[in-house]
Design a protein. Structure first.
Length: 109
């Protein structure tokens, strides 16, 4: 997740994600990039399916430059979209209660 611009979305217990961009990849290779905002429906910016071997390590990249958002899985650029719903904020990592391991986290300005 990136450009999380509000953490108070969890106050009423109804929000699934904080306000910002969410790039998620499911174990079957289905992926999506969504924009989440408190009190509003999720906006799917891009989605698709990629080759994904659950028994190997993968590199997920979510890059922001101005209103351009780029999502990459390993060396494959999955999407590049323009959206300015969220212009700044924090980042986060998460799972859907599945087993996951994270290593070599890198955040660059």
């Amino acid at each position: 997740m990136g450009r999380i611009d509000s953490a108070n979305v969890f106050e009423n217990g109804q929000a699934r994600w904080p306000s910002g961009y969410v790039f998620r990849v499911q174990p079957n290779g289905a992926w999506e990039l969504v924009s989440a905002a408190y009190g509003k429906p999720l906006v799917t910016l891009a989605s698709g399916t990629a080759k994904f071997n659950r028994s190997k390590w993968h590199r997920l990249t979510l890059r922001f430059q101005g209103k351009r958002i780029v999502a990459v899985l390993d060396t494959t650029r999955l999407t590049a979209v323009d959206d300015d719903s969220h212009t700044h904020g924090m980042f986060a990592l998460g799972t859907e209660w599945d087993r996951a391991e994270f290593d070599n986290l890198k955040v660059t300005p």
